[in-house]
Design a protein around this ligand. Structure first.
Ligand code: NAG
Ligand code: NAG
Ligand code: NAG
Ligand code: NAG
Ligand code: NAG
Ligand code: NAG
Ligand code: NAG
Ligand code: NAG
Ligand code: NAG
Ligand code: NAG
Length: 641
């Protein structure tokens, strides 16, 4: 995205006036901040199976036995033996240097019966009338055929079945590929089953990297789950911050996110213990993130590891150079010409054309645990080295508390809190030190109000499972506070974006889902992100008023083509008539979009999703004004043209 300082030189006069229970607001042309309103984007890391078992379309859970939070503790989770056979982990027959653990399937007798294993997927497998592409690696003497099926887990129903001729040999791993085109199953209680004839394979066979993909977003190989990606696309985000988050940082040495272990063939990716209690496959790796940016037209905000693990260990200054060089290698991989060593590696992986990275964030939340070393040497060393190599880049500090702050750096501010607290922060950016732009990298309502007010409680405190109406309205008030200061706050992202309801650690989230696309719930906050990101002005207009902010909060902006937006939220007020006046006689049509729900605690869940989005036309009255009523706990955007 570009920050174009555009719009009329003399700001158009807007006016909001009142009847009973009304506000009278006037937009002045005397002063104003000509700046693009903030970008609304995505913050992503693998949390709550948002990547593996979520946006990453792989359907097989534990496909390469990478462990449970620890690669040295492999498990058979999600697998069961089929027929008269025993399944076990074998750590002495690595599939590759990266993937050391494999599964052995040993027949109990040599009767000519089918034996093998099944996988239950990420709490089920969505089986639809479409093409699935799969593969598995196998080792061991076997001359027969494998029978690959998509089956019900509840009945004996088989939705698709294929015979795959064995090419398996005793001493090497052989990849087998297959395509299944099933009839649709009525639910996700399904498994992928692979069997073989026990007669002729008495020694047993070894398996690993068992993989199955449905059609993906933009048809990418190793790509994204289509329905979830399309839901993200629909709210028109402008950027993607990745790969985290706490999950970038890693709990302890040496398990931070390492870019060069997330690229290339899947069997070369070791995976790592993520920070959210499960092993990451890194199937959704650096190249896949960039393809996601390409396909969704997102500006990448690349987060790089800054030398600090969440459990405390910090890289000393004299050892940091190695990690800085690693970031420069990563940037060369992404941006270098094909004549450079890492640029040529990228070309080998199918991307000769360099990508463009304009934003790099150094670390994550270094104000939470990173300590004094962040300001003292970690941030400046990373920042200076990147700026020397790439002067055009904007470098983002992972905290607002860096001292000193280099020229041009952006600062990342995060807030997870209660509704009243968000509302109390409405004016925060009005009084912020304007020397450096702010990136609100993560914000979300997480807990209800408590008597006496105050911020969130951590450490196992009760969390809202889903966003509530009052939570969303408070996010809207906070976001309006950001928009009024769009010269300062350049970008903002709700976080986290995705949650697998069968296994999660953080709530609420923007979108909740299971293996069954029918159960996806777009949260109430999803609609706020959509409303604000699809109603973008280019110039923020100052508004004066005869009432103070609260319980109504508003901001106004103009567009390049002569239109105006008014964003306004009502937090704990009464129904108020708002009138809106523009001096431009040609502006006669308006569209009012409102978000509201029956109770402050209304929420969207898979079992109960209500439409909170309503639209209606508003025509300029004979008095030259647009008028509408704004009930309590409602956020509205009036777009006029
Ligand atoms: C992984 O497990 C091994 C063996 O139990 C243990 O020695 C090691 O410390 C663990 N590593 C992590 C990162 O938990
Ligand atoms: C196993 O297969 C061989 C031929 O490959 C056959 O001669 C034998 O009878 C089979 N054994 C059983 C128990 O089916
Ligand atoms: C079907 O799968 C869903 C999702 O994993 C699970 O919650 C449910 O218990 C399963 N039903 C049965 C009868 O196994
Ligand atoms: C499949 O069935 C097993 C038991 O028969 C159950 O434990 C498991 O949760 C089921 N999984 C799904 C996805 O239905
Ligand atoms: C990744 O990069 C690091 C740092 O440059 C290097 O030590 C490591 O060997 C690389 N790993 C792979 C798998 O290439
Ligand atoms: C704002 O921040 C800059 C950079 O840290 C600092 O130099 C300046 O003194 C601050 N201004 C105020 C008014 O605090
Ligand atoms: C708003 O109303 C809620 C109850 O719906 C209450 O918990 C909260 O404290 C009120 N906040 C303010 C600022 O009025
Ligand atoms: C469904 O949601 C609506 C609106 O959020 C709420 O009023 C209603 O009580 C909910 N119903 C159930 C069964 O939870
Ligand atoms: C709180 C929670 O659901 N945690 C789960 C996160 O995912 C891991 C791995 O699937 C589960 O073991 C945890 O229970
Ligand atoms: C109306 C408005 O938001 N004005 C702000 C424009 O930016 C200056 C600082 O550059 C602030 O002081 C104003 O409050």
């Amino acid at each position: 995205m570009q920050y174009q300082f555009s719009g009329p030189t003399i700001l158009t006069f807007l006016k909001l006036c009142a009847t009973t229970l009304a506000v009278n607001l006037v937009v002045s042309s005397e002063y104003g901040n000509k700046t693009s309103p903030i970008m609304y984007g995505l913050m992503f890391e693998d949390i709550n199976h948002s990547g593996d078992g979520g946006l990453y379309a792989e359907l097989i859970r534990n496909r390469a036995f990478q462990g449970s939070g620890n690669t040295t503790n492999p498990t058979l989770a999600a697998y069961r033996a089929v027929g008269d056979a025993v399944i076990s982990i074998d750590t002495t027959n690595p599939l590759s240097p990266a993937l050391k653990n494999v599964m052995k399937v040993t027949p109990i007798s040599s009767d000519a019966t089918q034996v093998g294993f099944l996988n239950e997927g990420f709490w089920g497998i969505n089986v639809k009338d479409q093409e699935y592409t799969g593969s598995f690696y196998v080792k061991g003497q076997y001359n027969g055929a494998f029978i690959v099926s998509l089956k019900s887990n509840l009945t004996s129903k088989v939705y698709a079945q294929k015979k795959v001729r064995s090419a398996s040999k005793p001493d090497v791993w052989t990849k087998h590929e297959f395509v299944l085109h099933p009839e649709a199953a009525p639910n996700v209680n399904n498994t992928l089953q692979i069997t073989f004839n026990a007669n002729g394979s008495e020694e047993g066979l070894w398996f690993s990297m068992i993989s199955l993909f449905p059609p993906t977003y933009h048809g990418r190989k190793n790509g994204l789950r289509k329905d979830l990606a399309e839901n993200l696309e629909k709210f028109k985000p402008t950027f993607l911050r990745f790969p985290g988050g706490n999950n970038l940082q890693g709990d302890e040495p040496p398990y931070h996110w390492k870019w060069n272990e997330t690229i290339g063939p899947l069997i070369d990716r070791p995976g790592r213990p993520g920070t959210w209690g499960y092993e990451n496959t890194d199937g959704l790796g650096l190249v896949e993130y960039m393809e996601w940016c390409d396909d969704m037209n997102l500006e990448p905000i690349l987060d790089v590891w800054a030398g600090y693990y969440l459990s405390g260990p910090t890289i000393p200054q004299e050892e940091l150079e190695f990690y800085i060089q690693d970031v420069l290698n990563e940037l060369e991989f992404l941006m270098g010409s094909i004549d450079t060593p890492y640029g040529s590696l990228r070309a080998q992986l199918g991307h000769p054309k360099p990508w463009v990275i304009n934003y790099v964030e150094v670390g994550n939340e270094d104000d939470v645990g990173g300590g004094a070393s962040y300001s003292a040497y970690r941030f400046p060393m990373f920042r200076d080295a990147i700026k020397v190599a790439y002067p055009h880049m904007t470098i983002i500090g992972s905290t607002p508390k860096i001292d000193p702050i280099p020229d041009g750096a952006w600062l990342d501010y995060h807030r997870y809190t209660r509704p009243d607290d968000f509302v109390s922060l409405f004016g925060m950016f009005d009084n912020w030190n304007r020397s450096h732009p702010v990136f609100v990298g993560e914000y979300a309502y997480i807990q209800p109000n408590k008597p006496g007010g105050g911020g969130p409680e951590w450490g196992g405190a009760w969390r809202s499972p889903y966003t509530t109406l009052i939570g969303m309205i408070s996010e809207a008030v906070f976001a309006i506070g950001m928009e009024r200061n769009a010269d300062l706050v350049r970008a903002a992202a709700y976080a986290p974006i995705l949650q697998n309801l069968n296994s999660y650690q953080w709530s609420p989230d923007l979108i909740s889902f299971t293996a069954d696309p029918e159960e996806t719930a777009l949260s109430i906050s999803y609609y706020l992100q959509k409303l604000f990101s699809t109603h973008h002005g280019t110039t923020v207009l100052p508004v004066t008023s005869d009432v103070k902010f609260g319980p109504l909060y508003w901001s106004a902006s103009s567009t390049d083509d002569g239109g105006y937006y008014l964003k306004i939220a009502n937090y704990n007020g009464t129904t108020t008539t708002v009138t809106f006046e523009v001096p431009d006689d040609n502006v006669i049509k308006g569209k009012l979009t409102t978000l509201s729900a029956p109770s402050p605690f209304s929420e969207n869940s898979p079992k109960n999703e209500t439409s909170i989005w309503t639209e209606k036309d508003v025509i300029k009255g004979a008095d030259g004004k647009f008028a509408f009523d704004l009930p309590d706990l409602t956020v509205a955007v009036l777009a006029v043209k």
